[in-house]
Design a binder for this molecule. Structure first.
Ligand code: GH3
Ligand code: MG
Ligand code: MG
Ligand code: MG
Length: 314
C-alpha cells in the first residue's frame, strides 16, 4: 500500500478521500465473493472498462483490504463462508462514517426480502445472479461518477479550488508518518493575506473573492507539484513543503511574496496590489506533534505581521 499525497491537479484521480494513492489514475473496485468463477467473470468485465479490480474470497482478509485500500466501489456477495455479506456491511459501517464508498450487493436470492435487507444494511444497489452484465457495468460507472463528485466536494474548497481544511487535517497526519519513516524535514507554512479586510471594504466582497481565487491559483502555479496548498479558512491558507528545510522554505516563500505583490488587480478605474505574510515551522525532529508545529507556524506568522507584513518568519 502506497500512501502519498499528490497535488490533485497534477495527477487526476490519484488521491481518493483517504489520501490513498494508487499507481494508476483508474478507479478501484473491490469484489468479495466466494464463487471464484463469478470473481473472474466480474473482474474481466470491469477491467475491460479500464477500472482496477481487487478480488477476495475470504471475508476476514477482504475487510482488512477494504480499510487499507479504500476502494471507490464495493461489490459484495451475500452468501459467504465464515460471515455473510450483511455482517461485513455492518462491520464496515461501524468504521465508515467519514467515507462514502458505493456498495453493490449481489446474490442468488433475488427476492424482495433480501433486497430490502440489503438496502437496510447500507447497500446502495442490488443485483440478482445471474447478473445482467450490460446493466451492471452501466450502474457501476454511475456509482463511480457519483463517488468522484463526492470526494471532490468534501476535499476541495468551493471558492478557491484548492484543498480544504478537512483534507489538511488528514494529510498532515500522513506527512508526520512519512517524516518518522524518512527523517526528511518538511515545512508547514501558514499564510495570511495582508489587510484583506481593506480589500473588501474598498472594492467590495466580490472583488475580495476574486483576490482569494487569484491568490490560490498563483500559489498553486508557483509551487512544486509535491507541495500542497490548502485553504485553512477566510484569507488564511496553509502550504506544506515536503523535503524542505527551514532555509529553503523561507527562500521559496520570499519568492512567492515578491511575485504575488507584483500582480496588479483592477477594479473599475482603480488598480491595486495585495501582499501576504507567512509563518513557517520546519519539522525536523521526532518529538514534535502536529499541534506544536501548527502553533509554531502560527506564532511566526504573528511575528511576520508584527514586523510589518509582506514577509516570512520561521
Ligand atoms: P491582517 O493583515 O492583520 O491579516 O489584516 P486582515 O484585514 O487581512 O485581517 P482580518 O482578520 O481583520 O480580516 C480578514 C477579512 O477576511 C475579514 C473577512 O470578512 C474576510 N473574509 C473571510 N473570508 C472571506 C471570503 O470568503 N470572501 C471575502 N471576500 N472576504 C472574506
Ligand atoms: Mg457466495
Ligand atoms: Mg489577513
Ligand atoms: Mg486572518
Amino acid at each position: 500500500l502506497v500512501k502519498l499525497i499528490y497535488n490533485y491537479e497534477n495527477s487526476s484521480n490519484l488521491v481518493n478521500l483517504n489520501g490513498t494513492v494508487l499507481n494508476s489514475s483508474a478507479p478501484l473496485i473491490q469484489i468479495i465473493d466466494d464463487d471464484v468463477s463469478m470473481l473472474i467473470l466480474l473482474k474481466d468485465v470491469l477491467e475491460e472498462k479500464g477500472w482496477m479490480v481487487i478480488t477476495n474470497t475470504n471475508p476476514e482478509i477482504a475487510v482488512k483490504q477494504y480499510f487499507e485500500m479504500k476502494p471507490d466501489c464495493l461489490i459484495l456477495d451475500i452468501h459467504l463462508p465464515q460471515k455473510d455479506g450483511f455482517q461485513i456491511l455492518q462491520e464496515i459501517q461501524q468504521h465508515n462514517e467519514k467515507y462514502f464508498i458505493p456498495t453493490i450487493m449481489i446474490s442468488i436470492n433475488n427476492n424482495k426480502e433480501t433486497r430490502i435487507k440489503a438496502y437496510q444494511n447500507g447497500a446502495d444497489d442490488f443485483f440478482g445472479k445471474p447478473i445482467d452484465m450490460e446493466e451492471f457495468v452501466v450502474k457501476v460507472n454511475r456509482h463511480l461518477q457519483r463517488k468522484k463528485i463526492f470526494d471532490q466536494s468534501v476535499l476541495i474548497d468551493e471558492l478557491t479550488q484548492v484543498y480544504n481544511r478537512k483534507f489538511l487535517v488528514d494529510s498532515l497526519q500522513r506527512f508526520f508518518l512519512d517524516f518518522k519513516r524518512t527523517k526528511q524535514p518538511f515545512s508547514i507554512s501558514i499564510v495570511d493575506i495582508d489587510f484583506f479586510k481593506k480589500v473588501n471594504d474598498t472594492y467590495g466582497h466580490l472583488m475580495g473573492d476574486q483576490v482569494l481565487r487569484d491568490f490560490a491559483q498563483y500559489i498553486k502555479r508557483n509551487i512544486r507539484s509535491l507541495d500542497i496548498i490548502y485553504r485553512y479558512g477566510g484569507e488564511e491558507f496553509v502550504i506544506v513543503f515536503p523535503n524542505t528545510t527551514s532555509e529553503d522554505a523561507k527562500r521559496r516563500l520570499n519568492e512567492l511574496i515578491k511575485g504575488f505583490s507584483q500582480i496588479k488587480f483592477t477594479h473599475n478605474e482603480a488598480c491595486f496590489s495585495v501582499t501576504f505574510s507567512a509563518g513557517t515551522y520546519t519539522v525536523k525532529d521526532d518529538f514534535v506533534t502536529i499541534t506544536e508545529a501548527f502553533k509554531g507556524a502560527d506564532s511566526s506568522l504573528y511575528e511576520a505581521k508584527r514586523l510589518g507584513r509582506a514577509r516570512v518568519e520561521c
